[in-house]
Design a protein around this ligand. Structure first.
Ligand code: NDP
Ligand code: 8X3
Length: 251
């Protein structure tokens, strides 16, 4: 395998994954909406990195951008569906509807745009690897996780269903399901730029880093091609799933 496409490459996990895959010897296409950030990364990473301005929510644009990729960045062997976001953490009855819609359009619809466009060429060549960025939020409910968690539950089940459809083909699919990870823009985006609230999430916690996730992707793509990790749940030692709650009425 030598060509990877990583969505959400302008920040966080995506940027760290691009750096690691380039260091491992892959050619990497990095996609995201902020071209300036991708161009900065291109300056750092050199000619084996191709910055691609891409909004995963725009189906027609995704199709035409992928068709216009330079010949030496085709065909795509590894697709890392990483672009995604959480918006808000209010209870469902106070949530902003546009936030819900954006999460669904990005985390679900954006992810299927890329997959639908790239998977047929992998099947034609009987070769490829799709790595999706799910979340522990797709398995464990937590307060205010509502649509974000549900979107990641889609990613989890879609990954499992892809594996099923690909039985008999040499194409691998993994859903990486991280817990609390710092050093990214995730919480700044979630809290609409409230830096103090975002910083609070990580205060006093030894969190997972983007480099931890990048090393995980690097390990996955370098495992033998007969070997498939279906899903990988990763938490910092400082986090556990302990969510059962009971409300007691007091008299
Ligand atoms: P960041 O906010 O740092 O990065 C998100 C990336 O997604 C950015 O590069 C952003 O680029 C891109 N993106 C957002 N919307 C779009 C869009 N419409 N089209 C193209 N790219 C888009 O967050 P993380 O690195 O932390 O998150 C990466 C993934 O990992 C997400 O899917 C997230 O849900 C998941 N995750 C994160 C965890 C965490 O605790 N940090 C834990 C579990 C999962 P741009 O704005 O330039 O378009
Ligand atoms: C990000 C992890 O716990 O904020 O997916 O949902 S969490």
């Amino acid at each position: 395998m030598n060509i990877a496409l990583v969505t959400g490459a302008s920040s966080g996990f995506g940027r760290a994954i691009c750096r690691k895959l380039i260091a491992d010897g892959y050619k990497v296409i990095g996609g995201g909406r902020r071209l300036d950030k991708l161009q900065q990364l291109a300056e750092e990473l050199g000619n084996n990195f191709f910055p691609m301005q891409l909004d995963v929510t725009k189906k027609d644009a995704v199709e035409s951008i992928l068709l216009q990729l330079p010949k030496d960045f085709q065909p795509i062997d590894i697709l890392v569906n990483n672009a995604g976001l959480a918006l808000g953490q209010e209870p469902a009855y106070q949530a902003n509807y546009n936030d819900w819609q954006t999460m669904i359009e990005t985390n679900i619809i954006g992810l299927i745009h890329l997959t639908h466009q790239i998977l047929p060429s992998m099947v034609e060549r009987n070769f490829g690897y799709i790595i999706n960025l799910g979340s522990v939020a797709g398995t464990y409910a937590y307060k205010g996780g509502n649509v974000y968690g549900a979107s990641k539950a889609f990613v989890k089940q879609f990954s499992a269903n892809l594996r099923t459809d690909l039985l008999g083909k040499k194409i691998r699919v993994t859903n990486i399901e991280p817990g609390l990870c710092g050093g990214t823009e995730f919480s700044n985006v979630r809290f609409h730029g409230n830096a103090e609230k975002a910083a609070d999430v990580y205060k006093g916690v030894e969190y997972i880093t983007p480099e931890d996730i990048a090393n995980t992707v690097s390990w996955l793509v370098n495992t033998p091609t007969h070997f498939n990790v279906n899903s990988l749940e990763i938490m910092p030692v400082a986090q556990v799933p302990a969510g059962l709650a009971v409300y007691k009425e007091t008299n």
